[in-house]
Ligand binder design. Structure first.
Ligand code: IPD
Ligand code: CA
Ligand code: CA
Length: 273
């Protein structure tokens, strides 16, 4: 394993300990709502703090973009920046539904070089370094080999924020449910991407995502032989909000279905990586 990944794994496991401990007594959990249906807990914050501590101790010259603390830690002008989702799937976590993960990626001038997605309830560790492949607990990952969307199991995320375009999503939902074997909405985008990399799904799509939801998972997918892009198939997925990830054959078919729903360029308001 690349030495940088070792540090990211250590950070992810520290966060995993915090999350697992808290999951044993969810009644004690203090929850607040960032905006309608968008929750944060003290566990999200503690997890982010633990991750940043490990990363900046090893790499004090790096920058950080964290979901909960933004760019307030690390060096603002650094060429290397860690992109952190300390708990992806907070709504599941609050309800005791064990589908959540820690996501940590390192970008160099905005290009993801390393990624870790860690599912602490299953102890599944997904890692990737650019050019060196993707792994689940040290076993090499490959995307699925299915070639027809008609045979595909597809992951997605439903809209849930006020202001989301529910009608457009319902059209996409109808098209996909009529065309593929099944649609799934587990509720943690970073894990969804890890599952595409592992061939558990044949493809995944969602709108309204943020860089920390997809930074690590996108590298897992490409390093496992898959493709990631926006609804037009272009690589503007990190800051653009909309994302398709799939094996190459299914990817092309998903782009054909989703292209009509692509955002006009310049619509997205995601933080810059
Ligand atoms: C959310 C999850 C969810 C996705 C949302 C994300 P959070 O992240 O990834 O699956 O549908 O768009 O915001 O808030 O639990 O870290
Ligand atoms: Ca997230
Ligand atoms: Ca989160």
């Amino acid at each position: 394993m690349h030495p940088v990944i070792n540090v990211a794994v250590r950070a992810a496991r520290e966060a995993g300990k915090i999350i697992n401990r808290a999951s044993l007594d969810l009644d004690l959990l203090r929850v607040s709502e960032k905006s309608a249906n968008d929750f944060v807990t003290e566990v999200d914050r503690a997890s982010e703090q633990a991750i940043i501590e490990v990363l900046l101790k090893a790499f004090p010259q790096h920058g950080v973009l964290g979901e909960e603390t933004g760019t307030s830690h690390g060096r603002a002008d650094a060429e290397f920046r860690w992109i952190i989702d300390p708990l992806d799937g907070t709504t599941n976590f609050i309800h005791g539904l064990p589908v959540y993960a820690v996501s940590i990626a390192l970008a160099h001038h905005g290009v993801i070089q390393h990624g870790v997605v860690y599912d602490p309830s299953r102890d599944e560790l997904f890692t990737a370094s650019r050019g060196a492949g993707a792994f689940l607990n040290n076993r090499r990952l490959r995307v699925s080999k299915r070639t027809r969307l008609e045979d595909g199991l597809i992951g997605t995320g439903f809209p849930f924020r006020r202001g989301d375009d529910f009608d457009a999503y319902l059209e996409m939902f109808r098209k996909f449910s009529q065309r593929c074997v099944g649609l799934r909405r587990p509720g943690a985008a970073a894990l969804d991407l890890a599952y595409v990399a592992a061939g558990r799904y044949d493809g995944f799509f969602e709108l309204g995502l943020k860089p920390w939801d997809v930074a690590a998972g996108s590298l897992l997918v490409t390093e496992a032989g898959g493709m990631v892009g926006d609804f037009t198939g272009e690589p503007n997925f990190l800051e653009g909000g909309e994302l398709i990830a799939a094996n190459p054959r299914i990817y092309a078919q998903m782009v054909s279905l989703l292209r009509p729903y692509a955002a006009a360029r310049g619509d997205a308001a995601a933080p810059t990586v």
